[in-house]
Design a protein around this ligand. Structure first.
Ligand code: G
Ligand code: G
Ligand code: MN
Ligand code: NA
Length: 253
């Protein structure tokens, strides 16, 4: 079977699983949130990462139903985890086709109602490219989400369009520094300069900033001195199954 054919049955055959990568705030030293990351248990193949199947699902349109399933899982899970960590947030990646689906906002509001998760505890991660594609529809969608209380973050910040106009135009609360900029930090002086500039800009604009791809203690120490940031990366925790996440939430709080 081709990837596309087996992907077509993956939802109904319950082959998807949501993993969660913890996010820590360096100033308060607290685990404050998790990012939902989709995994596919493809029969006879094993775990397939989203970089391999999301583009196919985008192309075929299946991303809309898969994405809705991810949102529902993530919101239900985050609501259940409020008992362990009150105020725990969950971030969900939204790709281009999902974002431009006219029913996205209604679906999200319905999922929030059904799961009982407070809208403020849900963050949607969008890339710069998705925001730039069509600012007309994007604005309406983003305004409705903001009115509902849902938070927005820019994923892979610094790798897309360099126009910063959208930081002012759209109701964004968090920037996520692309993990490429954390590579060889603090040895790579260009990356150090870029990361420090982004942190300073976020402070001025009153945006929260999360550094991704933190893989060692040297990077963490650098960030501790660089300013108030959130961190995500293998050094702190890999993406975990829901059960492993619950166990971690239990011991860290
Ligand atoms: O988890 P991993 O690092 O393998 O993710 C690879 C890419 O897939 C990242 O760009 C991530 O944003 C994206 N991704 C992971 N889960 C989802 C999802 O549920 N929906 C969408 N649209 N993208 C996802
Ligand atoms: O594009 P996005 O930021 O959503 O992608 C997140 C991806 O980054 C996930 O696939 C996740 O598994 C991966 N990831 C998370 N932490 C690290 C890290 O410290 N190093 C590397 N190389 N990848 C990471
Ligand atoms: Mn992401
Ligand atoms: Na990212």
């Amino acid at each position: 079977l081709t990837l596309e054919t087996s992907l077509r049955h993956a939802l109904e055959r319950e082959e998807f699983e949501v993993y969660y990568q913890p996010q820590f705030d360096l100033a308060s030293k607290r685990l404050f949130g998790v990012e939902a990351l989709l995994r596919w248990h493809r029969p006879d193949v094993g775990i397939v990462n989203p970089t391999e199947f999301i583009p196919v699902a985008e192309e075929s349109g299946q991303i809309v139903s898969i994405g809705e399933w991810v949102l529902r899982q993530a919101c239900a899970q985050a609501q259940a985890w409020q008992a362990l960590v009150p105020g725990l947030t969950v971030s969900v990646n939204i790709s281009s086709r999902q974002f431009h689906d006219s029913q996205l906002v209604d679906r999200i509001l319905e999922i929030l109602r059904q799961t009982g998760l407070a809208p403020e505890l849900l963050t949607l991660e969008l890339t710069e490219g998705v925001l730039m594609e069509s600012s007309g529809t994007a604005s309406t969608t983003l305004e409705r989400l903001e009115a509902a209380g849902v938070k927005l973050s820019i994923d892979d910040f610094g790798t897309g369009y360099s126009s910063m106009g959208y930081l002012k135009r759209f109701p964004i609360s968090t920037l996520k520094i692309d993990q490429g900029f954390m590579r060889e930090v603090p040895a790579d002086r260009d990356n150090v300069a870029i990361v420090m500039a982004i942190i300073a800009m976020c402070q001025s604009l009153k945006l929260y900033v999360i550094a991704e791809g933190v893989e060692n203690m040297a990077q963490l120490e650098f960030l501790r001195k660089a300013g108030p940031v959130g961190v995500q990366g293998f050094y702190l925790s890999r993406p975990l199954t829901a059960d492993a996440t619950a166990a971690l939430l239990q011991i860290t709080h």
